[in-house]
Design a protein around this ligand. Structure first.
Ligand SMILES: Cc1ncc(COP(=O)(O)O)c(C=O)c1O
Length: 200
């Protein structure tokens, strides 16, 4: 994280190894939400976002990605009552299925709103290395103060052809990983350990 993004995270308390980011994305809602809670997810979005909410009994509030805004989510369109109710907002840049990207200004606004409403940001950065023509995707953790309110998922499968048996996917936000150790407990109940790869 430091070499690629210039972000310092503590490997003991702010990084969690997962079996692919899908592992974390599918378990997070079960770990930090109660049935009936609300989470904000993009529409269209990568299928596990809504699937994980269904498994956890969490009500999705779909944030549309509209052509008129260049498919960047319009944060101003989220009603205050949804901000007040939501446990987390999940966004994904560079996006899938729409390859949209966000800039510093967008992330700064998002961090400000999330702090104002005390809503956890979940940033899926699966395509962190998929930047071309001089563009390098950024980590939301590069925004000052984001680590207080954001968790970010990284993936080896896109950048290093290691789908499924991904021995890494990292994130940050100590409270989610330590204070709420449920994330780890839920994983332990559902999973049987990391895949060990033999590389020849
Ligand atoms: C946006 C997005 N997030 C997460 C994943 C899951 O990646 P992983 O292989 O790390 O589980 C994918 C896989 O296609 C994806 O497109």
């Amino acid at each position: 994280m430091e070499r690629r993004f210039g972000v310092n995270v503590n490997p003991d308390t702010e990084i969690l190894a997962l079996m692919g980011s899908q592992d974390g994305l599918s378990h997070l809602a079960q770990a930090i939400c109660n049935p009936g809670d609300v989470a904000i997810v993009p529409n269209p979005g990568y299928p596990i976002y809504a699937g994980a909410l269904a498994i956890a009994g969490v009500t999705p509030w779909y944030l549309p990605l509209k052509e008129e805004f260049g498919f960047v989510p319009d944060l101003d369109s989220i009603p205050e009552e949804i901000w007040a109710k939501a446990t987390f907002i999940l966004l994904n840049f560079p996006g899938n299925p729409i390859a949209v990207r966000a800039d510093d200004a967008f992330f700064e606004k998002l961090v400000g709103l999330a702090k104002q409403w005390d809503v956890l940001i979940v940033h899926d950065l699966a395509y962190s290395e998929m930047g071309f023509d001089g563009y390098r995707p950024m980590s939301i953790l590069q925004v000052s103060g984001a680590i207080d309110i954001a968790v970010e998922f990284h993936s080896f499968s896109k950048s290093f052809n290691m789908a499924g048996g991904t021995p890494r996917s990292s994130a940050a936000n100590r409270e989610v990983y330590n204070g709420k150790t449920l994330t780890v407990k839920v994983r332990n109940m559902n999973s049987s350990g990391k895949v060990i790869l033999n590389v020849y």
